[in-house]
Design a protein around this ligand. Structure first.
Ligand code: 3MF
Ligand code: MG
Ligand code: MG
Length: 415
């Protein structure tokens, strides 16, 4: 192949995208509760060792693109759209007005707002720092986000305490810091109750998001399970308003089975919101788009969520790769992420209604016919169930068949 001229590259990408097939219409995409974060589309490819590879892009353009693609919901940090210095001031009202207009014009809704408590220098010692002025500022920030959330019609507020921790131990007294962190959440919930009343709106669902490491070396609330314990610790004045926003990769990062972590949130009634992406175990937060690394695990996750009637959002918290151009972010990255998700969701429905999976599961739950009625007969119990247990592997095989279309067979190159 000849080298491809610069002015022909976008056409090549678009032609190959069309050739890939398997994409859904914007109308179909809008039927799913899928949200696109401001920060994901605006990510310029920068990192500690990486310079940006894409130009800056503002919320008006991102909301317009999401609308065109059929991503029906938009999420944002306060400072993704409002400069830190303008927060809570006149300028904030003008920006919120522009966001409302952009959302309305493009048929997109704001589902979630979140407070940036990790980037600015003020958070160097976390939002629950020793200095009372920092903690008062943190309360102002989360209260202000709640107000912005109500103005934009959001249902969820998310908190990622990634800076709540340390690099070296000794200075921070963990129990005190956790109490101070709870004070900020309590301030957010109290303000929410007031604003919801004034506006005759329901209160927001407040969701804690855990990540086991990064940016702090050690995090005080590193996993969704730690957060469940924190919610139930007695430190929160409104624990019923607070739940979880697990992130798929954040659970994988510490070595968990994400599906099991989600199950623990479900049984606690705390699975409010879900950040979707992909990546690798025990590595940093690579934020790869959903289904590109672990599609089988993803299918399993969605089977669990579908069978439990999870109704919350699926927030595309990933980073389009540095190699993807600005054009590619909206031509390839977002539509393919959404479409893989939808396909996996529909496959999860197929798994749930699959007659083989169903009969195998029912048989496992029925158990083997008892050889006698003696509960002490351990050998008898083993024998009565031995052949049935093969169904565990058969079900796993069936899931792979459904995922890869293997049940439709192959044609062979060897006669
Ligand atoms: C970091 C994250 C965050 C949170 C966000 C929402 C930048 O790994 O996942 O995204 O999702 O702060 O509160
Ligand atoms: Mg996240
Ligand atoms: Mg992440």
């Amino acid at each position: 192949m000849q080298p491809v001229r610069e002015d022909q590259q976008q056409a090549l990408v678009s032609r190959l995208m069309t050739a890939c097939g398997g994409s859904y219409s914007p109308e179909t995409r809008r039927k799913y509760y899928i949200s696109g974060p401001q920060w994901a589309a605006a990510y310029q490819g920068q990192a500690l060792f990486h310079a940006p590879t894409r130009p800056a892009i503002g919320f008006e353009e991102i909301i317009r693109k999401y609308g065109e693609l059929g991503i029906g919901y938009w999420t944002t940090h306060d400072t993704d759209v409002i400069p830190t210095e303008a927060l809570g001031k006149e300028e904030q009202c003008a920006i919120v007005g522009r966001i409302q207009k952009a959302l309305q014009e493009n048929g997109v809704q704001c589902s979630m707002v979140t407070t940036e408590t990790f980037y600015h220098a003020v958070w160097a010692a976390s939002p629950a720092a020793e200095a009372p002025a920092v903690r008062e500022y943190a309360k102002f920030r989360v209260r202000n986000t709640v107000e912005v959330g109500h103005d934009l019609g959001a249902q969820f507020a998310v908190y990622w305490p990634g800076s709540l921790g340390y690099y070296v131990q000794g200075a921070v007294e963990e129990t005190e810091t956790l109490r101070w962190y709870a004070d900020a959440l309590n301030a957010a919930c109290d303000r929410d109750i007031e604003v919801a009343k004034q506006k005759s709106r329901p209160t927001l669902k407040h969701c804690l998001e855990a990540k086991p490491f990064e940016p702090q070396a050690e995090i005080l609330l590193p996993t969704s399970d730690a957060m469940l314990a924190f919610i139930a610790s007695g430190l929160l004045t409104h624990p019923e308003m607070v739940g979880l926003n697990p992130e798929y990769l954040h659970e994988l990062m510490w070595g968990a089975a994400p599906r099991a972590a989600l199950a623990r949130a479900l049984v606690a009634g705390k699975l409010f919101h879900f950040d979707i992406n992909d990546g690798y175990r025990l590595k940093h937060d690579v934020d790869i788009a959903v289904g590109l690394v672990n599609p089988l695990d993803w299918l399993n996750v969605l089977v669990l969520l579908r069978s439990h009637g999870y109704q919350g959002p699926f927030n595309l918290d990933y980073k389009p790769p540095r190699t993807t151009s600005q054009f590619g972010v909206f031509e390839v990255s977002f539509p393919t992420a959404v479409d893989r998700f939808i396909t996996l969701w529909e496959m999860a429905g197929e798994v749930i209604s699959d007659p083989i999976v169903k009969e195998a599961t029912d048989a496992l739950k029925a158990g083997g016919a008892p050889l006698n009625n003696d509960p002490r007969d351990v050998d008898g119990i083993v024998r009565a169930n031995r052949e049935l247990l093969t169904l565990h592997e058969l079900i796993a095989h069936r899931l792979v068949q459904i995922l890869l279309g293997l049940h439709r067979g192959r044609s062979f190159s060897i006669a």
